[in-house]
Design a protein. Structure first.
Length: 233
């Protein structure tokens, strides 16, 4: 099996609090991505947290910005922990080991999948509105999120983009656990992660000095502002 090339910033390895916020993280990531010499790539942010990272990245690369809507399927008793993810094409990727470990029943898993599919459809409607389907068969695609913990959400995005015919896929995240990065390297063409961390405990938020949830309204506003600026150029 051929693995993707992994790009990181060595001096940021295993450090925490390295980014002021998501916007500054996107600027740092954009600098790392310049090593790839991409030609007019398409930047796809995973909402909502991936949008404020993707905006400065797309600005730096002067390219088109859109979204790849993917959402994790969360545990009934913990909205922060996920046991899989649903992508914009309706597909789902499940963490079977976790499902077994926590004792979820088939009916609970089915309800979680359907609830998450409804969320994904709503987000597509809100964030993409009537936008045309994006042609990706001749494009280099950068799929961006604010970090990789388990990597299931990003993996679901990569799988869906492959089915959509993406020519090449670069996973781009400011921070991520090394094990998840290695897994994504099996399916992506390149993986860029500025702040790679190891260890038994990992939280995306630990890489940021300022951290909070990003609402759909905030993500939509950021996308609209970027598109407006691009139209004025």
């Amino acid at each position: 099996m051929k693995y993707a090339q992994i790009y990181e910033i060595e001096e940021l390895r295993n450090r925490i609090g390295v980014f002021a916020d998501r916007y500054q993280a996107g600027q740092v990531l954009a600098g790392l991505l310049k090593q790839l010499d991409l030609q007019s790539p398409l930047v796809l942010a995973i909402p909502a947290g991936g949008v404020p990272v993707a905006v400065p990245l797309a600005e730096a690369l002067s390219c088109q910005l859109d979204v790849a809507v993917v959402s994790k399927i969360t545990l009934p008793w913990n909205s922060e922990a996920g046991y899989g993810a649903v992508a914009f094409d309706g597909s789902c990727l499940l963490n079977e080991a976790m499902i077994k470990a926590v004792g979820l029943s088939e009916s609970e898993v089915s309800r979680g999948i359907e609830k998450t599919r409804a969320k994904v459809l709503r987000r597509v409607a809100v964030l993409r509105k009537e936008a045309a389907v994006i042609e990706m068969t001749t494009r280099q695609v950068l799929v961006v999120d604010d970090g990789l913990a388990s990597g299931f959400t990003m993996q679901a995005a990569v799988d869906a983009l492959r089915r959509a015919g993406a020519k090449s896929i670069v996973v781009a995240v400011p921070t991520g656990h090394e094990s998840s990065i290695q897994l994504l390297a099996k399916t992506a063409d390149n993986v860029c992660c500025a702040n790679v961390r190891t260890g038994s405990s990992f939280a995306v938020a630990a890489a940021y000095q300022q951290w909070g949830d990003v609402s759909e309204a905030e993500a939509l506003h950021a996308l609209q502002e970027y598109r407006r600026k691009q139209c004025l150029l």
